[in-house]
Design a protein around this ligand. Structure first.
Ligand code: GLC
Length: 752
């Protein structure tokens, strides 16, 4: 802030109220400017403002689109989605501003899912850090890069809860829990939007996919969703409400039907709850042609019908499908929508563009110099590396095999597997890295495990061999021999297995969680004869690997870590970074256990052991997961003691305080995510056996203890009942505190 020279102070003081007034009335100022502009617009121009055209990347079904520039000049385009070419965007903006009657600027939207030009770990991995500040910071970087590249609007955060890891988009969200999902949603909205949308390093956020897209039957992408209002409100909506209250400028419709009604035309969702109950005033954009897809769902007859139903439900902008262009004017003429409804949707579009500063300076985000200075700054890669290392979950470390350091029992290390040193398929990343391009991208920007581990381990005195194994469908024949010879010649095997990056994300559902072809077998024969082994999983979802879980001493979930995959893995395997991540999603033993999530109901016949007759269980597997929600190990150990409550009975206006002492009982400093859960023992309806209500990530030196306190109020004890009422019932509750959802200390209290 520039200092005001003393002699000018009297002048500044008299202008100060004006400056504050201008700032203060920015909302009113925008509304006035919106009304002025709206009053000048024709019906065609209004409908044009509700049309979002596809750019040079298509992220969905084929849609018919004539020459984009001509469409823009004709005033039929309000926004362009997924356009990567920077100079094109300048050309398009010039056409919109200089060659249309009213010169309304375009708004550019893009899928900024886990980084933009500098690729970060997938969102599910970021959630595994339970570090909201780090998540917010990673979105600030993504926003800085995307905004410098001419994007104004991120189609992110994806806040869908899911209980089905067969669904490919589990990688895009924050897992199975609405409380963690809500905190992550808030952090990501703050990260993208900052304090001022009109700044050239912030993006409008977009909470998606509204709603319940994460509950497709069979975990099969785009499939039917049918659920009670109780589950919708208790499990699905909290992260959306959190995003709305955090100020997300936009929401995106989901593709799916919810209880038979396509989300895009679902007035209950879009108007009654989002705009009515939550009082949210932003813009709702369809998902890719989801307005037109109401016809394919069989819930609309034609373009005019689809337009009428979607607009009157409260959905405003048509992504890529052209349904509004073809049918909205007819719907208006038929009286199926009113001028007022059309105007309200256009207001929301104009309000977004004004708040982004696009009317004040349509080229604010299209500055070649800023672009040059901003993209791929070295510190962005460092942030990505730190986030990736913090996201890796240590599932097993028998005998303290990890970290690897000089002077240990091993000399020769064989690094094997399909992801030891992969260069293609967006490996270590995901389909959602469109800022790099759709399929062709510069894979040399990704640090592979081999590139980083080999020199680092050799510097520690190890002899290291690298033996990639091609196992995916593209391989002519599966040849284990070289990898097995390398494993036989070594004292320790590091097997890098998991999924291809390109197999992670939208329309990437799988029918089984088992490891892709031949991978578990590779590990079985490489680790034959109890050869010490470390399995590193590059995965975008929970997978099931029972033999590995049983027989391999060290297992690390690396997720899809982004550009700095190899460096982050090296930091963790050599102990430079002590793993602290915790699972944001349950890892089932088998696909057959799905849906499996920690905050389930107890049933009237809970099973306590395998084979216990007349109880809810399977003949062939225990009810427990392979690894529970909230689970993750460290290179040190932590103990929990002295769980204390400030009261054993509280009334509805009081706060319960649950305090516990956490001690680092190991030899190295480490971070621990202390988790607080509750159970409502008696209510109007059956309530989950546990529900996350708080967490705190703390760092402790060896031997250090710290008391962590969680505060619970009535709203934390409330729930949505079968009559869609939110309430907290008087009665007994349990509170649980621990380092994961299954190993906890517990205490009981009563709400009067
Ligand atoms: C896709 C996705 C959505 C994305 C949009 C634009 O189909 O469902 O998440 O933002 O289309 O790419």
């Amino acid at each position: 802030m520039k200092k005001i020279p003393i002699r000018l102070l009297p002048l500044a003081i008299c202008f100060l109220p004006l400056a504050l007034f201008a700032q203060k009335t920015s909302v009113q100022n925008i509304d006035r400017r919106v009304e002025d502009l709206l009053a000048k617009m024709t019906v065609d121009e209004k409908i044009g403002q509700l049309n979002q055209a596809a750019g040079d990347i298509s992220t969905g079904t084929d849609v018919k689109q004539d020459n984009l520039l001509n469409q823009i000049r004709a005033g039929r385009v309000s926004s362009v989605i997924s356009h990567t070419n920077f100079s094109n965007k300048i050309t398009m903006q010039r056409a919109a501003v200089n060659e249309t009657r009213l010169g309304i600027p375009l708004v550019f939207g893009f899928d900024v899912i886990h980084g933009y030009k500098t690729i970060f770990p997938i969102p599910l991995a970021q959630a595994a850090t339970w570090n909201m500040a780090a998540i917010e910071a990673s979105e600030r970087i993504a926003a800085a890069e995307a905004a410098a590249d001419g994007q104004n609007w991120a189609f992110s955060p994806m806040v869908d809860i899911t209980h089905d890891p067969r669904w490919g988009r589990v990688m895009e969200g924050a897992g199975e829990d609405p409380y963690l999902g809500s905190r992550v949603a808030e952090a990501r909205v703050r990260g993208f939007q900052g304090d001022d949308l009109s700044l050239p390093n912030t993006l409008a956020a977009c909470a998606k996919h509204y709603a319940a897209y994460g509950f497709p039957e069979g975990g099969r992408e785009y499939n039917t969703v049918d659920m009670s209002d109780q589950r919708l409100r208790q499990t699905v909506l909290p992260p959306f409400e959190a995003a709305a209250r955090a100020g997300s400028a936009t929401f995106m419709n989901a593709f799916n039907t919810l209880n038979g009604v396509p989300a895009s035309m679902n007035k209950y969702l879009v108007t009654d709850i989002l705009r009515g109950e939550w009082g949210w005033k932003g813009l709702v954009v369809s998902d890719w042609d989801s307005f037109g897809e109401t016809i394919k769902h069989g819930a609309a007859e034609d373009d005019a019908d689809a337009s009428a139903k979607c607009l009157s439900a409260g959905s405003d902008m048509d992504m890529a499908g052209g349904t509004f262009q073809r049918g909205l004017k007819k719907a208006l003429e038929q009286g199926r929508v009113t001028q007022a409804q059309l105007d309200e949707a256009v207001r929301r579009v104009l309000r977004l563009k004004f708040s982004l500063g696009l009317f004040d300076d349509p080229f604010r985000y299209l500055d070649p110099k800023r672009r040059e200075q901003t993209l791929e700054k070295p510190e962005y890669r460092q942030a990505s590396r730190a986030m990736a290392a913090e996201s890796m979950v240590l599932l097993k470390n028998d005998g303290g095999l990890l970290p690897l350091n000089a002077g240990g029992p091993f000399k020769k290390i064989a690094i094997i597997g399909p992801y030891a040193d992969s260069r293609g398929n967006k490996d270590y990343m995901s389909f959602w890295t469109l800022g790099l391009g759709m399929r062709q991208y510069d894979s040399t920007k990704v640090v592979t495990p081999a590139m980083a581990l080999k020199p680092a381990l050799e510097a520690l005195g190890f002899e290291v061999t690298i033996t990639p194994v091609c196992l995916d469908a593209a391989c002519t024949e599966v040849d284990y021999s070289a990898a097995l010879n390398a494993a036989r010649a070594a004292d320790l095997v590091i097997a890098c297995i998991g999924e291809r990056g390109i197999d992670c994300g939208e329309s990437r559902s799988v029918s089984t969680l088992e490891l892709p072809r031949g991978q578990e077998r590779l590990v079985q024969i490489a680790a034959r004869g109890n050869k010490p082994a470390v399995v590193v999983l590059f995965n975008s979802r929970p997978l099931s690997f029972p033999w590995i879980s049983e027989n391999v001493p060290a297992i690390l979930v690396a997720w899809q870590p982004g550009f700095e995959a190899g460096n982050a893995l090296t930091d963790v395997l050599t102990g430079k970074v002590n793993p602290s991540a915790k699972l944001p999603v349950t890892f089932p033993r088998s696909t057959g256990q799905i849906p499996m999530y920690y905050n389930h109901l107890g049933t009237a016949r809970p099973q306590t052991r395998l084979g216990e007759i007349w109880t809810s269980g399977y003949l062939d597997l225990p009810n427990t997961p392979a690894y529970p929600f909230g689970y993750g190990l460290s290179y040190t150990t932590f103990s929990y003691s002295d769980l204390k409550l400030n009261k054993s009975v509280i009334n509805k206006s009081e706060t319960l305080e649950a305090s516990i002492t956490v001690t680092n009982t190991g030899k190295v400093a480490g971070e621990e995510v202390v988790q607080c859960y509750i159970r409502d023992l008696f209510a109007d309806i059956s309530r989950p056996v546990k529900e996350l209500k708080g967490f705190e990530k703390i760092k402790l030196a060896p031997g250090e203890s710290r008391t962590v306190t969680f505060k619970l109020k009535e709203k934390d004890l409330g729930y949505w009942n079968h009559q869609s009422k939110f309430k907290a019932d008087a009665g007994k509750f349990k509170v649980f505190v621990g380092g994961n959802s299954s190993e906890v200390k517990e205490a009981e209290f009563e709400l009067k």
